[in-house]
Ligand binder design. Sequence first.
Ligand SMILES: [Zn+2]
Length: 150
Amino acid sequence: MSVTENTNMPLVFEGEAPRDWWQSVKRGFWGRCPHCNEGRLFRAYLKPVDSCEVCGEEFHHHRADDAPPYVTILFVGHLVGALMLWAHERNLNWSVWTEAIVWPLVGLVLCLWFLPRFKGALIAYQWALRMHGFATATPARPALSKPATT
Ligand SMILES: [Zn+2]
């Protein structure tokens, strides 16, 4: 397989259709297979499946590594900081103890909610750009296509 540069896509593999990275990221964010959008991407909270149960796309060679917690901390930190400023602008007059309990809890809950979603989005992004092992992997079965509605 040879790789050619293209001005529209960062990498185009000859003989293979380009993958829509934004669609893939959205599917991965919601824990769905970026290829078929039918199978689950995770078998546990943060444990990706080795391959899609519906289309057979392999995910065991993803390299999300430390990126999901990094993105989660970056995003949630800015979000909670903005919420804290908003609360102060609204003169909610919370006691120090209230703030010391509320903001860490808000941050913790948001981190736990966003972490698997950002991990799924990053795995799907790697899949869409054929990074790491995704370049040579071929699905066992073609992606399901929904019949056209009339
Ligand atoms: Zn799939």
